[in-house]
Ligand binder design. Structure first.
Ligand code: SF4
Length: 374
């Protein structure tokens, strides 16, 4: 049963130098036509799958560089066919929408806004190639709030080149003074094939400084009333992102739009990463799928470990074998294990080491992997 829908809006004004998402220049494309193709793609899956939609997430790209009015038809179609999801999120750049635009989104059912703030440092924004100013980022949050949408997330990046612990501290000071309910703080990754990867190929990050930044985030956000529930995500009570929780706990979802990924019936599939091929395939009535993988039982088990250990609830402790040398990294509760908060910066290394000892699900527990999800 599909519980969530992700919609990819690939348009951006310019490519940020650290970004590895599939994006295209807005000026080269016809927006109403793209929206029509999104609906066409959804129609194909409506005939094939059962849906009980709880969450809808519009991401990108930059969904906010097109007028919010473009979302009327798309959302109305989804409401008509599938009912109204509990949580409807849209990613916005802080510089794009006015208070009236946010009010329009609220009127058509959007109840969660995720703002790509990244940092409030002018120098940091320039290093990251972002176009907004720190004051515009603050205004973006205030306008969203004044428009009556209270479930607001801010995405921030830490560990970008030349950022100091003091820079991050200033970001946190501003963030906790704003009416935010959710924070996503991502350690910058230098993805291969991005300009950043080449520009900073000889740049060495100071591991101690990164650990200090991580500790600062952990402590200051806790003091400010945010509860961490995933490696990169903190929320005030009652505001965890339902859509992302669905990903991490093995829920089935449909991704529509160019380059979107889906998961259902023990299968993951990804759409083509070219907007012309995407529309071309749909014009011919074909699914715009480029890659599809049937997940075997051991693949599902690996995903269960990888995704589950990203969350603070962790995974069922009886489902895995934990070798002696890894025990110090884990918190043990009655039923679950999770990675201790102070070791979360090392989560990838801890998880891959654990996976070496857990290639196959333990027979007595694996017959229904979904039941293991916390
Ligand atoms: S705005 Fe977001 S999606 Fe677009 S290029 Fe920048 S980081 Fe990537």
């Amino acid at each position: 049963m599909i519980e969530g829908i992700y919609i990819h809006i690939p348009f951006c004004r310019e490519k940020c130098p650290y970004c590895d998402f599939y994006t295209v220049k807005l000026s080269d494309h016809d927006i109403p036509e793209y929206i029509r193709y999104l609906i066409k793609e959804l129609e194909i899956y409506l005939r094939e799958y059962e849906f009980n939609i709880k969450t809808l997430y519009i991401g990108g790209g930059s969904p906010s560089i097109i007028s919010p009015r473009y979302y009327n038809t798309l959302l109305n179609y989804i409401y008509k066919e599938l009912g109204t999801p509990e949580e409807i999120s849209i990613e916005c750049n802080p510089e794009d929408y006015t208070k009236d635009d946010f009010a329009h989104l609220r009127d058509i059912g959007v109840n969660r806004i995720s703002l790509g703030i990244q940092t409030f440092s002018t120098r940091g924004l320039s290093i990251l190639g972002r176009k907004h100013t720190p004051s515009r980022a603050v205004k973006g949050v205030e306008d969203t709030f004044k428009a009556g949408i209270e479930n607001i997330n801010a995405d921030i990046i830490f560990g970008y080149p030349h950022q100091t612990v003091e820079d991050l501290e200033k970001d946190i000071d501003i963030l906790i003074a704003l009416p935010l309910k959710h924070l996503s703080a991502y350690l910058l990754t230098f993805y291969k094939d991005t300009p950043f990867f080449h520009i900073y190929k000889d740049f060495k990050r100071d591991e101690d400084e990164l650990a200090e930044m991580h500790n600062l985030l952990t402590e200051r956000l806790r003091e400010a009333g945010f509860k961490r529930y995933e490696i990169s995500n903190w929320a005030k009570e009652g505001y965890m992102c339902k859509h992302n929780l669905m990903y991490w706990t093995g829920g089935e979802f449909l991704g529509i739009g160019v380059s979107a990924w889906s998961y259902a019936d023990n299968k993951r599939w990804g759409n083509v990463r070219n907007i012309n091929t995407y529309t071309e395939k749909l014009r011919k009535g074909e699914k715009p799928v480029e890659v599809s993988v049937n997940l075997k039982r051991e693949d599902l088990f690996t995903e269960y470990i990888i995704l589950g250990l990203r969350t603070m609830r962790g995974i069922n402790k009886y489902s895995v074998f934990i070798p002696e040398h890894l025990k110090e990294f884990f918190e043990f509760s009655d039923f679950n294990i999770s990675i201790k908060e102070r070791y979360l910066l090392l989560a990838d290394e801890i998880i891959s080491e654990l996976l070496c000892y857990n290639k196959l699900p333990r027979e007595e527990l694996c017959w229904k992997l979904k039941d293991l999800h916390p």
